[in-house]
Design a protein around this ligand. Structure first.
Ligand code: 76R
Length: 291
């Protein structure tokens, strides 16, 4: 028995490590901003134009960035006016994107409302379970050299196969829904004390529900344990916002959400391409057109 994981039930194959393997892709920053409309409107039109043109030029470059794209969204409601979503190769590039934006004249009219830092994460419950079990069956001790080598091999194979999902282009859909979430660590219901097999079963069911929406919604899960105040960030992209409601409602009945999910604040935004920024800042909703 492994005394460091006493809560994980032993299996026929012996004690399995509790942590599922994950693979990570782009670093991801969400910046929710308030726009200082009053100060902005006090500027004359040519000045507003000059400032928004400068910002649009930078945003256009960021939208096309080869090491991870950015996108701007106009937020609905009081939680913020604008949301920038940045995907980058790493935290350095992410921080540079923040600093470059802060140099814009437009930034004098932007006030951070909140932000969220995470990395694109694929949880590999299925292949983790297969790998852990086959290693246990071969009598290979967890965390031994041989075990570590086999795990590294599994991770490398998955990283290669999943590259497009770890380093995605920014989805082009009209609407975004972003919210952070946790898995419950309560006195009676605690996700982290469930055996690996049980978590794998529930995650598999979760995936089956999700997959039925695959054509209507694009989902990007980011992990934020150690980076921000919640454990995961969920980004959903769709051309019809009702799909968010239907998908999330249906998932509430799914065991892993019904019993173990805790949700943070929801943000809903409309995509604003760089070349529509001036329209948006003049108070006109940009039509959905790319390019
Ligand atoms: O990535 C995959 O497609 C594999 C299956 C899968 C995993 C591992 C998957 C599929 N998700 C995974 C992980 Mn998900 N997901 C959410 C939410 O509202 C709620 O109840 C929860 C918020 C939604 C709406 C959603 C949608 N998923 C995760 C994780 C990490 C948990 C962990 O590792 O312990 C969280 C927190 C989470 C939450 N999920 C899908 C979807 C959809 C639509 C799919 C199918 C995607 C597709 O097949 O294209």
């Amino acid at each position: 028995m492994n005394p460091t994981h006493p809560v994980t039930a032993p299996t026929a194959a012996g004690q399995l490590p509790a942590v599922p393997l994950t693979i990570e892709g782009y670093a991801c920053l969400h910046q929710m901003m308030r726009f200082r409309w009053t100060a902005w409107r006090a500027l004359d039109e040519p000045k507003r134009h000059q400032i928004s043109a400068e910002a649009a030029k930078l945003l256009a470059e960021m939208e096309a960035n080869s090491g991870g794209q950015s996108a701007l969204f106009s937020l609905l409601g009081h939680k913020g006016d604008l949301m920038l979503v940045h995907f980058r190769d790493g935290f350095d590039e992410l921080n540079q994107a923040e600093l470059t934006l802060a140099r814009l004249q437009l930034s004098e009219y932007l006030e951070p409302a909140t932000s969220y830092l995470s990395v694109i994460e694929l949880g590999l419950y299925e292949s983790t379970l297969k790998t852990y079990k086959s290693l246990a069956e071969r009598g290979i001790e967890p965390h031994s050299e041989e075990w570590n080598a086999a795990i590294r091999e599994t991770i490398a194979r998955q990283e290669e196969a999943m590259k497009p999902r770890l380093f995605p282009a920014m989805p082009k859909h009209r609407y975004i829904c972003f919210y952070p979430m946790d898995r419950k660590r309560g006195e009676h219901k605690n996700w982290y004390t469930l055996p690996m097999e049980e978590r794998q079963r529930q995650m598999n069911e979760h995936g089956l529900v999700g997959r039925r929406y695959a054509g209507d919604v694009k989902q990007i899960i980011t992990g934020s344990i150690g980076f921000d105040d919640w454990e995961w960030g969920v980004d959903l992209f769709a051309d019809d916002p009702i799909v968010f409601k239907k998908l999330i409602y249906e998932m509430r009945f799914d065991e892993v959400s019904a019993v173990y999910a805790l949700f943070g604040t929801f943000y809903i935004g409309l995509r604003c391409p760089a070349n529509r920024l001036h329209e948006l800042l003049e108070g006109n909703l940009p039509q959905h057109a790319e390019g």
